[in-house]
Design a protein around this ligand. Structure first.
Ligand code: NDP
Length: 611
């Protein structure tokens, strides 16, 4: 039996990384603006004309996705009812409003991903529910907490200005609104600005072209009237093979006359194992406090060195967490020992040869084996094998994606890491060959790694005229990811520079929303006009926040380009990866619970209007 050589594994990953490095980094992408602005339009809801608002609200929430909905819900529960949510979409839902591509589905178990299940009494139908059900749940939350009453949809915030004399925020929007708010909450999402690949000639394509987050059902056929029925005589190109593409390709595969999948980097395709939720089983677990118990169990299972005995979710994510925890136990018996010893003499390679490396190598072997078992054509299977370290890119989960390449209608066009060469009026060119198509779907992802204020589309002006972009020149600065010095009465519901990041972003947002609502409710009930984070508290929190240097080196020097490492350039100040060094995720959440539960709100100053 030939033994595996770690030297070959390292060399292969390094060679594949090198193929993909490009000097323009994140500059390679285009926004859906200017000549592409029509691609950013809302294909789902008609815009309704209305008069601008010139009134006052207690709380303005910018963003009506999970973050804004949870913040609104917790405020209402706390008795703060004068809440106005503002969103660019035509309804609540955020990500789940925009991303309606066929097959869209949550990647984290519904029981811990869907917010406020216990509060709304909703029982998800599947272990990983599909997008329409998540959007409907967002609408359910909106109705349950009466958040529709004062919401402004199809409205983009364009300015937030702190008025020192009035001790209020002025909120401006692209609908001409100019209203005041005592408090503002920003729940803007991490992946909300779609991007296009800057492929030469992209503007010349003559047929329909759209981004996965703006799916054109008028062209492809409405799923209600028959799944993508209009595509049966169409040749379709999809560019990109990340998490969105992986979910929609199996649907396109059976709908199109011919589907060309243009791949730059294959994704890791893990097991999905979706199944219906049995209402009888659910009735047994749904005793009071069940969702928080599941959330805590999942957080501890995913992040703790000493996880709970029972793994309630028990899926591919938690198996991955277990794999990293048990990395030291991985057997090296199938490795070429002479090669291992030789490789360890290279100081850089020796740095990689940690327990995680051997677990990663074994795991990638299993990922490759799954590709081989699922894809009949040997060449296609070879091209679908990811060659990078597991943690470099977002994992995907699907049980039909790989099999879709067995459909006679589907053709994988691999670009050998270089990306699509050119787009012409007729189609897509790779390696000198033009593939003529009727339509192009861009599964090219979202802007990450740029300044948060750029992605927001507005730059809040706080005390003394200081802009948030100035305060965050060298990256986000907050306490808990929520409060910012110099920006009184303004809060962020997000996870960067929070205490933890793990696969269930929804849990991070839930804790953030509860915390922000508790602070505002305290201020409102005690007659406080202004709440502000002290400089010292921000500095103290930030002194503990930061990316582990080993991790930074790994992402920068060893990882294939992607949004995790700013496309392989450097992590940059606006990296997603800053995290407080709490020993585990649950530890951070417990810290937040104690912090807000104590009623002391350590680090914040509360000023009455006369002080
Ligand atoms: P990604 O950024 O993950 O993928 C973009 C794809 O486009 C990549 O395959 C990329 O290749 C490819 N690409 C970019 N430029 C070119 C080019 N010039 N030529 C050919 N291909 C190109 O975007 P997604 O929308 O798939 O996912 C974004 C994130 O959204 C996910 O990582 C996940 O966090 C989230 N998501 C979550 C889901 C869920 O929870 N259910 C579902 C979908 C998305 P390369 O890899 O080489 O850069």
């Amino acid at each position: 039996m030939s033994r595996h050589k770690v030297s070959e594994h390292i060399a292969k990953n390094a060679a594949e990384r090198a193929k993909r490095l490009r000097p323009d980094g994140i500059g390679q992408y285009l926004n859906l603006s200017g000549e592409f602005a029509h691609m950013n339009a809302d294909p789902f809801t008609d815009r309704i004309e209305r008069e601008p608002y010139r009134d006052h609200v207690t709380v303005a929430v910018i963003g009506g996705g999970f973050a804004g909905l949870m913040a609104g819900a917790r405020l209402k529960e706390s008795g703060v009812c004068d809440v106005r949510i503002v969103d660019t979409g035509g309804d609540f839902g955020g990500t789940w409003y925009w991303n309606r591509y066929p097959g869209v589905q949550c990647d984290v178990a519904s029981m811990v991903y869907l917010p406020l299940l216990e509060e709304t009494g909703y029982v998800p139908t599947e272990w990983y529910v599909h997008g329409p059900e998540i959007l409907e749940h967002c609408q359910r939350i909106g109705k349950h907490y009466e958040l529709y009453e004062n919401a402004l949809f199809h409205t983009r915030a364009t300015g937030l200005d702190w008025d020192e004399s009035a001790q209020l925020w002025t909120v401006r929007t692209d609908r001409g609104d100019e209203f005041t708010a005592q408090f503002v909450i920003m729940g803007l999402g991490h992946l909300s600005v779609p991007k296009l690949p800057g492929i030469p000639g992209i503007e010349t394509f003559a047929g329909p072209a759209f981004h996965t987050s703006r799916w054109d059902y008028a062209y492809t056929g409405d799923p209600v009237g028959g799944p993508l029925g209009n595509l049966r005589d169409k040749r379709v190109a999809i560019i990109g093979t990340g998490a969105s593409a992986v979910q929609c390709i199996p649907h396109l595969a059976t709908a199109c006359q011919e589907l060309f999948v243009f791949q730059r980097t294959p994704s890791v395709i893990e097991v999905r194992n979706n199944r219906p939720i049995d209402p009888e089983w659910f009735a047994q677990i749904a005793n009071p406090g069940w969702q928080q118990r599941w959330l805590d169990n999942y957080a501890a299972t995913m992040t703790s060195a000493e996880p709970p005995a029972e793994d309630l979710v028990n899926d591919s994510w938690t198996a991955m967490a277990k794999m990293w925890r048990d990395a030291g136990e991985v057997s090296k018996s199938d490795l070429d020992q002479a090669d291992l010893e030789e490789t360890a003499k290279d100081p850089r390679a020796a740095e990689l040869l940690q327990p995680w490396f051997f677990a990663d190598m074994a795991k990638m072997g299993r990922i490759h084996a799954r590709v081989e078992e699922s894809v009949k054509d040997r060449r296609t299977a070879e091209l679908l094998k990811p060659r990078y370290y597991l943690a470099c890119k977002r994992l995907t989960f699907h049980d039909e994606y790989l099999g879709a390449f067995n459909e006679p209608t589907v053709r994988l066009v691999d670009t050998d890491g270089k990306g699509v060469e050119r787009i012409t009026p007729r189609g897509v060119v790779v390696d000198g060959t033009e593939y003529e198509v009727d339509c192009i779907v861009y599964a090219s992802g979202f802007e990450v790694g740029t300044a948060p204020t750029r992605r927001a589309g507005f730059d809040p002006v706080g005390r003394d005229g200081r802009r948030l972009s100035e305060h965050w020149t060298n990256g986000m600065r907050t306490m808990h990811g929520l409060h910012v010095h110099g920006f009184p009465n303004a809060f962020h519901v997000q996870s960067i520079t929070g205490g933890t990041r793990f696969s269930n972003l929804s849990h991070n947002l839930s804790e953030a929303a509860k915390t922000v609502a508790a602070v505002i409710a305290h201020a409102v009930t005690t007659g406080v006009a202004v709440v502000e984070l002290t400089q010292q508290a921000e500095d103290s929190w930030m002194s503990n926040v930061g990316i582990n240097p080993d991790w930074r080196t790994f992402l920068g020097a060893d990882c294939t380009p992607g949004y995790s490492n700013n496309e392989g350039t450097d992590l940059g100040p606006h990296s997603l990866w800053d995290a407080h060094e709490f020993p585990d995720g649950l530890g951070f959440f417990q810290h937040l619970q104690e912090w807000r539960g104590s009623g002391e709100f350590d680090g914040l100053e509360f000023h009455r209007s006369d002080s």
